[in-house]
Design a protein around this ligand. Sequence first.
Ligand code: SF4
Ligand code: SF4
Length: 497
Amino acid sequence: MPDGQFQSESGQDARTRIKPSNYTILVPLKNDRKLAYNTVSQAFAVWDKADGQLWDDLDKAGDLPFGAAYRTFVQGGFVVNAAEDEFRTVRRNYDRARHNDGHMMMTIAPTLSCNFGCHYCFQGLDKPLTKMTPKVREATKDYLLQHLRGRRSFHLTWYGGEPLMDQEAIWDISAAAIKYCDDNGIKYTSMMISNGYKMSVPVAEKLKKARVGKVQITIDGDEEMHDSRRHLTSGRGTFQRILDNIKAVTERGLLKVSIRVNIDGQNEDQARALLDILERNKLGIRNGVSVYFAPVESVAEAADGCTSCLPKTDYADLENRLHLLAFEKGLIGMPKVPRHLGLCTAVKPNSYVVVPNGDLHKCWDTVMDPKLRVGSVFGGTRKSDGRTEAMWNAWSPFENEVCSNCQLVPACAGACAFKFVHNDYASGETGKLPCPSLKFNMAEQLFLRAKTRGFVSDDDWDQKNSPTVKGDGMLTGNRHTLASVGAVHDALQDMPS
Ligand code: SF4
Ligand code: SF4
């Protein structure tokens, strides 16, 4: 009897029926080949003409009895049982991850002060100088230990300002949390967002002891470009010192470093030059140094506007070029499609950001505005706290039509809840719109992945049909517009108290 077939007692043919998965994305290539990727199973394949024909037959029919020819399609999740409600499954998987109480994430900003005066910083130049007082530190530790009870894993991110401006708080709070986790069998992991200037070898040794596995450091191009954007508050350059620090700490295997390169319409050449410099300095994934690119977006009101921010499609194009170069230089592995990109502290009910005065926030981008807090490590709550938190909790990518119908939702999960919940705080089109670069360069990312594995070559790319963004629409479907995110934002604001 063929695969999946059995005879029911009534004698009727009861073969399982299959249908194409809504989450299969196909990139047409030359010579009737296709790249196939499924955002639920994360399976990836290159199909030839015969595979494409099988897919077309199924697509045309809507559903068909399962047969051996479709076995690899089923294994890859490219087709699914016709009776399956895929949307429900995808939503259930997301809700399970979001409400997984066994895992807690916290971000702690021990200080909002910073030794840099970056021109696009969301904090502006007028940064507060406060650090956590001993009283706040104690209350933060108490809060953590109380909320770690019963968890299986815990991830702590150090954030700022520049977190290394208040190192005592890091050593003190880490030690308490690590001890509690070790004593109670809770898996502890940690990372830090730092400007890298103070990350000397002795500091990195202490960070290692504090189990900080990775530090994310921003470098915005070659020395001249970086120093013009990311200088000390005194105006002095920071590039060489950061590079020296990265070399010294990774040579000693103390930390992994992820270099974030902020990209706008003015620094492609300098970003390329930075990749050359990193390569010349023998830095790369083999010794724990990787790069990733992010668009400069004007988010908070304090930022210095953004006259050079790139439109999303232009950024996605540029990102493709930079990914390829970074891959060739050993600075990124295979470009990976994420899982639940938007699952951050903002949307996980048990996860928070702690700021220097002990206020609790949900999101990294609200820390400068005390009105947007949702509580305090000291316990007292204001009426507005509950209301603000309720908005974060009510938001879900599955509550708006655009994300719900997006083939990327298993990967993207709405990308960034801030852009919906506090859309009024974001400024400019790029800052307000949530769809990440993947929405605009999925085909190119998949192609690069296939190319790096040797499955395709540049000759397979069909410039008319392969790109994600074509004249008649996008391979990945509709994206959010100012009107669609604005409607979600307004509905959240109008929620009854
Ligand atoms: S909501 Fe957006 S900005 Fe806020 S922490 Fe999450 S990803 Fe970051
Ligand atoms: S519509 Fe945009 S934000 Fe929503 S899931 Fe798709 S790519 Fe992400």
